[in-house]
Design a protein around this ligand. Structure first.
Ligand code: ZN
Length: 282
């Protein structure tokens, strides 16, 4: 009997050790998976570009846009001062809201692209913002336009483009473009990458939230972007803006909820000025 008990003990002991090994193995797998996931999510949040790099890249891209007049026909400042003043005043009101982190770091230069058929706006790293005449004419109010400008300012201020582009093109290519040391091909590639960059839905939601935050302390309706997205979502074809700024679920409702949850000053704008500016573009 004692012999048999000893054998049983050995068998049980071996079994327990095996179970412990298997258990430890699974614990190890779980720990590795957790660490990998944490590492990847941390990497996604890290921006390898500096603020100066954002500014330099934006400047290079804006210089390229200036010379690529067939693709980006800029509305002349001469003869269109009122339109430029209108959109730059909106930008300055947002910048002076006290909520734009890189207000004093970035260029915040606004240019209008003379293309009445295109419903779009985009911002480069470093705060160079481009708005199409098609978008200004499409919108019904200054509040809606301010909502879109807030959204674009947020993409630049939160540095979404460089975060996404460093993973697409690599830091060395982007730095070469930023410092003027890249080939023409690389510059063109990065330029078209920036102007057609498709943001993630998370970045879209973040830009919507910041648009509300920026507009909250201005003369505009904090939910101005909701009016724009409600209108553009009803378009029969997919406007260019929505192909690069994909709609998160319940976007309009979420913007309105965020604005309602804050104590924001009500809009004091009228549509008269917006309609007058639209007439100037005809
Ligand atoms: Zn967007």
């Amino acid at each position: 009997m004692p012999l048999e008990l000893g054998q049983d003990y050995k068998i049980i002991n071996t079994l327990i050790k095996k179970i412990m090994n298997i258990r430890n193995f699974f614990i190890l797998i779980i720990v590795i998976a957790a660490l990998t996931s944490w590492h990847c999510s941390s990497l996604k949040k890290i921006n390898l570009f500096s603020i100066e790099d954002d500014k330099a890249l934006g400047l290079q891209v804006s210089n390229e846009i200036q010379t690529a007049s067939s693709e980006y026909p800029l509305l002349l400042e001469s003869g269109n001062q009122e339109v430029y003043t209108y959109i730059r005043n909106i930008t300055n009101n947002i910048l002076n809201s006290g909520n734009v982190k890189h207000k004093d770091d970035f260029a915040w230069q606004v240019k209008i692209i003379d293309d009445p058929e295109t419903l779009n706006a985009f911002a480069t790293p470093g705060g160079y913002i481009y708005v199409y005449t098609g978008l200004i004419k499409f919108l019904d109010s200054e509040d809606e336009l301010a909502g879109v400008m807030g959204h674009e300012i947020a993409h630049a201020d939160l540095r979404h483009s460089t975060r996404q582009m460093t993973s697409s093109y690599g830091v060395s290519t982007l730095l070469a473009v930023a410092t003027g040391n890249a080939s023409d091909g690389a510059v063109q590639q990065v330029l078209s990458g920036i102007t057609s960059l498709k943001f993630s839905r998370n970045h879209e939601t973040e830009a919507d939230t910041y648009s509300v935050n920026y507009l909250c302390n201005t003369k505009y309706d904090a939910a101005g972007a909701a009016g724009f997205f409600r209108k553009i979502s009803g378009s029969s074809s997919t406007p260019q803006f929505l192909s690069t700024h994909p709609n998160p679920d319940n976007r309009v409702e979420n913007i309105e909820k965020k604005a309602a949850a804050k104590t924001c000053s009500p809009s004091t704008t009228t549509v008269t000025e917006h309609n007058r500016i639209k007439q100037l573009l005809k």
